[in-house]
Design a protein around this ligand. Structure first.
Ligand code: DQA
Length: 152
């Protein structure tokens, strides 16, 4: 199985570090990307790291991942709670999907308690801060390592 993993981020995550730091912390998205790249080297994964405020771009990256990737770590941000289109795109992807939320969405407003993406995700990490991305990568690496290779 491919060791390429897409790490995808939804709207407003570009403002990490500046946006409501009491909820999302002081680390920037560049810090998260750096930590993911460092860990990916250790886990022998290749990563594509993206953020967009536009739903269609996230969908296009999921379609790209279908062709090439062994897993997706996704923080869909507010699209988590609204996007049937992202759920539909993830349902076309066959390898592992881990949903990550920096904050504990279940401790927050009721509208954050429902996730369309969780209907597809193989695992969900919430409330562990930006460490959630690294735990998501570790899980995907384990699933890839455990997957029996197809016999010729
Ligand atoms: C978030 C939680 C969402 O409810 C919110 O809309 C976000 C970020 C998180 O990482 O905690 O933008 O996905």
């Amino acid at each position: 199985m491919s060791r390429l993993v897409y790490v995808l981020n939804g709207p407003n995550i570009n403002l990490l570090g500046k946006r409501q730091p009491h909820i999302y912390g002081h680390e920037t998205l560049a810090d998260v990307e750096r930590d993911c790249r460092t860990l990916a080297r250790e886990l022998k994964l290749e990563i594509k790291f993206h953020q967009s405020n536009r739903e269609y771009e996230i969908i296009d990256w999921i379609h790209e991942a279908r062709e090439t990737a062994g897993g997706i770590v996704i923080n869909p941000a507010a699209f988590t709670h609204t996007s049937v289109a992202i759920l539909d795109a993830l349902n076309t992807f066959e390898a592992p999907v881990i949903e990550v939320h920096i904050s504990n969405v279940h401790k927050r407003e009721p509208f954050r308690h429902h996730s369309y993406v969780s209907l597809r995700a193989d695992g969900v990490i919430a409330g562990l801060g930006t460490q959630g991305y690294q735990l998501g990568l570790r899980r995907i690496a384990k699933l890839i390592d455990e997957k029996p290779t197809a016999k010729a």
